[in-house]
Design a protein around this ligand. Sequence first.
Ligand SMILES: NC(=O)c1ccc[n+]([C@@H]2O[C@H](COP(=O)([O-])OP(=O)(O)OC[C@H]3O[C@@H](n4cnc5c(N)ncnc54)[C@H](OP(=O)(O)O)[C@@H]3O)[C@@H](O)[C@H]2O)c1
Length: 262
Amino acid sequence: MKITGKTKIMFAMAHPVGSGRASDVLNTYFASIDKDVAVSPLDVHPDDLGTVLAAIRCLRNVVGFGVTMPHKINIVRHLDHLTERARAIGAVNFVRRNEDGTLLGDNIDGAGFIAGMLRNGIEVKGKRVLQFGAGGAGRATAFALAEAGAKEIFIFNRDVAKARALAAELKAADGSVIGRAGEEIPTGFDVIINATSLGMKPDDALPFDVELIRPDTAVCDIVVSPPLTSIVAAARERGARAIGGQPMLDEQMDLVRQLVMP
Ligand SMILES: NC(=O)c1ccc[n+]([C@@H]2O[C@H](COP(=O)([O-])OP(=O)(O)OC[C@H]3O[C@@H](n4cnc5c(N)ncnc54)[C@H](OP(=O)(O)O)[C@@H]3O)[C@@H](O)[C@H]2O)c1
């Protein structure tokens, strides 16, 4: 990659930065579409977030940056503008630096998630959806499911108060969706989603009992690594259509381009 004075600069902000996989994925994507953009990992301690953002406002060749743990929620109060979906979700995963230096926060996790499902033949409109997880990514997928026309979304989460709060917010945001939550896992859903982090480690418990999966159930696991989680493998064994987290990530690439190069 040749970086020149014309190259647009982006960051993938985290703490710690880990393997730097996010910047690698973005660099590969921008190279594949012939865009002169270079992305670097940026290790920002939470205490320094405000100072770093003030500096980025002054960096004129920066077009934007990705945000991951632990900044996704805390960054919200530091930004100048938020998209409607970022405001509803209460978390940001990409930021555009406007030419005047102001910063616009967006959250494209949910849009990427829905696009990945549709590309893999999994329809949401009019469906009954059971979602496990109500963390940052789970909030994004739930709002996107409502926007995509899901008939009912049942949220099950280890911390049930979080699930109940999210279900109520869904209902308030979109009167046409039935948002429910509870401690018992109901049956009879068309689509089951794992939006917890269970499945990332080899010794993780399954996020739910595979008996819930029928051959006509669609299963989506948002965990990206490993590429084949236990729940995706179990669903396919049972004859169900199942996808992992990669399509959600892949679909976000084009959305990032649209955000930072409108
Ligand atoms: N494919 C993609 O593009 C994409 C994008 C974003 C995130 N992700 C993946 O999504 C997963 C969740 O990320 P996040 O940002 O939402 O994390 P998060 O905000 O920390 O939320 C974690 C979720 O997992 C649940 N959880 C964690 N450990 C659990 C356990 N032992 N038993 C039951 N539930 C457990 C949490 O439940 P409590 O609320 O009860 O703690 C919460 O619902 C991660 O694997 C992340 O890599 C994928």
